[in-house]
Ligand binder design. Structure first.
Ligand SMILES: Nc1ncnc2c1ncn2[C@@H]1O[C@H](COP(=O)(O)OP(=O)(O)OP(=O)(O)O)[C@@H](O)[C@H]1O
Length: 296
């Protein structure tokens, strides 16, 4: 059995003079919830189009469960896809659309679909044209999750959802993982990636910047430490891992810590520390560190 749900080898895609994707090497093992992050134009949608066989690589290869992504008749038996902009048949009602998708996709688990319709508070009696952006997205998500397909490819799936529905989405992703499904999730929503993903790839200008577990990404980055003390301030001058030491009050200071905390803790232990707060950076701060701008 092939162990990777998704893999790419030196995958590149050129549109005229634009190199949208430049030698991407990725492996997503079965059962993983994999986040795909990057600013606008980084190449996320291009990667997804190549995985779905909607575009052909300029060079390199993309595979789904070991099969070439270009062999769509084969690969689409085992995947379900939610595009960033969901288009629905305007004359059909939500119920008819779900039925149509169930008959043309890789199969559907009807009781689970009914459960998802309830959780996503979807009114199935409306015609497709009457659905808002968020509701169209919900129809597509319900249809995709209900397939129980081994691979779910979700392109910015919650951009139109309100916070309550984001919770329903996270719940469904956790269930998919418990079910052994693989989820490939492109997102701009860092909190969402942080909440559901095992690993994250960060893409910039068509190139992979980093792939790491969410916890590992944090560890590689700075931790912010805030200390309150009585009497003499702790001496951090001989602790190279403690940087940007900043006095924040008559009896408090703050610094950032990289690497193992041992030497900093020793320095703190030598002082009369009255309180200590350690804050890990959010994925958003890490993301900003990579891009030096606003996450999009
Ligand atoms: N059909 C196309 N023709 C020409 N250029 C394209 C085409 N599709 C994508 N590109 C270019 O390829 C690059 C990557 O685009 P892509 O849509 O993959 O980025 P993205 O990471 O999905 O961005 P976003 O977050 O905005 O959706 C961009 O420079 C884009 O302009």
């Amino acid at each position: 059995m092939v162990s990777n749900a998704v893999s790419t080898q030196s995958l590149s895609k050129r549109y005229g003079r634009v190199l949208a994707l430049d030698g991407l090497d990725l492996s997503v093992p079965r059962g993983e919830v994999f986040g795909f992050l990057g600013p606008n134009g980084a190449g996320k949608s291009t990667t997804i189009r190549l995985l779905l066989g909607l575009a052909r690589p300029t060079s390199g290869r993309a595979s789904v469960f070991g099969d070439d992504a270009r062999d769509v008749a084969l690969t689409h038996r085992r995947l379900a896809y939610v595009p960033a902009d969901v288009a629905l048949w305007s004359q059909l009602t939500g119920a008819e659309i779900l039925e149509l998708l169930a008959r043309t996709g890789p199969g559907t688990d009807r009781p689970y679909r009914d459960e998802l319709v309830r959780r996503f508070e979807l009114d199935l009696s409306k015609p497709g044209r009457a659905y808002s952006t968020g509701n169209r997205q919900k129809v597509a998500l319900v249809a995709a999750f209900a397939t129980r397909a081994p691979l779910l490819v979700l392109d910015e799936p919650t951009s139109g959802l309100d916070p309550l529905m984001e919770r329903a989405f996270r719940h469904a992703v956790h269930e998919a993982r418990d079910h052994g499904q693989t989820v490939f999730l492109s997102s701009h929503q860092l909190a969402e990636v942080e909440a559901v993903c095992d690993r994250v790839a960060i893409l910039r200008a068509g190139r992979l910047v980093d792939v790491a577990a969410v916890t590992e990404l944090r560890r590689l980055h700075r931790t912010e430490v805030t200390v309150s003390f009585a009497g003499t301030p702790p001496d951090l001058s001989r602790v190279p891992a403690a940087e940007a030491v900043e006095v924040t009050g008559p009896a408090s200071l703050r610094f950032t810590l990289t690497g193992p905390p041992g030497p900093a803790l020793e320095a703190l232990a030598a002082a009369d520390v009255t309180s200590l707060a350690v804050r890990e950076p959010s994925l958003e701060e890490i993301f900003l560190g990579y891009y030096g701008g606003t996450p999009q």
